[in-house]
Write a protein that binds this ligand. Structure first.
Ligand code: DHB
Ligand code: FE
Length: 290
């Protein structure tokens, strides 16, 4: 049976990818951020999953604003890198796992989550930057297959934080019920506090971010109880991306250990963070979790 082995929460700021693509990671502006990633990257390099389920949002690059599914799962053999205006990022193609995708869609729909399927999808910085945070030098190929799980954080009404946590719990059960012996990591992406437009553009709320970073480990219910308006008020309009961390957190189960975290302000307009959790014995597999 499949196991959920770890969960990674990480910001997906496009400039973090651009810094890597353009050899700027040692520049004074970027070095502290990338130094903060180092212990997590070293640990993840020793604990490679077969597949990463990456919970992310498209930023109107591949998914037109004419049609916005609340939740979706990519079911393709591979995913092209989106051109966001300055050419696709120079990173390897993203290879999918259609069989696992179909299993997850079926289990989630049967469990009451009406998931849209993306049989063709170009992936933007929301997915590729977290992959680069995980694996900075992939060479010709990423070290794992990827199943994209999309969440609408752009257009009102976005799903509630509580619904995202519940989706994550169902996702964890669905992964653990997959009959193949594979290791799966789950990524929750976006955040932390940021607002890119309007009168409050540039907003950062370190107090809220620190509270969220702490509670995501043992009290995700407290974060699930916040309304979307509270997220936007506290963390900025784009800070609402943090609800995607709750999908990841729900998939991990109760038995987790925090391996590493780091918080850095600013990365572009954003308070950037990373938090890495290992899933331990009792939550890793279906039998132990039952
Ligand atoms: C930035 C952050 C984001 O989450 C995003 O999707 C785009 C830009 C930024 O801080 O520049
Ligand atoms: Fe974003």
């Amino acid at each position: 049976m499949a196991e959920v082995i770890w969960g990674l929460a990480t910001s997906h700021v496009p400039a973090i990818g651009a810094a890597m693509d353009n050899g700027k990671t040692e520049d004074a502006y970027w070095k502290p951020l990338f130094d903060g990633y180092a212990p997590a990257r070293a640990w993840m390099a020793e604990h490679r999953p077969d597949v990463a389920v990456i919970v992310y949002n498209d930023h109107a690059n591949a998914v037109d604003l004419d049609l916005i599914p609340t939740f979706g799962i990519g079911t393709a053999e591979s995913y092209e890198i989106a051109d966001e205006g300055w050419g696709p990022r120079p990173v390897p193609p993203v290879i999918g796992d259609p069989e696992l995708s179909e299993h997850l869609v079926r289990e989630l729909v049967d469990g009451g989550f009406d998931i849209a399927t993306f049989n063709r999808l170009k992936v933007d910085h929301g997915l590729t930057v977290p992959l680069s945070v995980y694996c900075p030098e992939p060479g010709d190929a990423w070290p794992c297959k990827v199943v994209p799980l999309l969440v609408n954080v752009l257009q009102y009404p976005q799903p509630t934080a509580a619904r995202c946590l519940a989706l994550g719990e169902a996702l964890g059960r669905a992964i653990r019920s997959y009959p193949k012996d594979i290791k799966v990591a789950v990524f929750g992406t976006g955040g932390m506090s940021h607002q890119l437009a309007g009168a409050r553009a540039g907003l950062i709320n370190q107090r809220f971010d620190r509270m969220f970073l702490e509670k995501i480990e043992h009290d995700p219910q407290a974060l699930a109880a916040l309304s979307r308006e509270e997220y936007m008020e506290q963390a900025g309009t784009e800070g609402l991306e943090l609800i995607m961390w709750l999908v990841m957190r729900g998939a991990l189960g109760d038995d987790i250990v925090r391996i590493h975290d780091t918080y850095h302000v600013p990365a572009s307009n954003t308070a950037a963070a990373l938090a890495l959790f290992e899933v331990t014995g009792a939550s890793r597999t279906a039998r132990a979790a039952a």
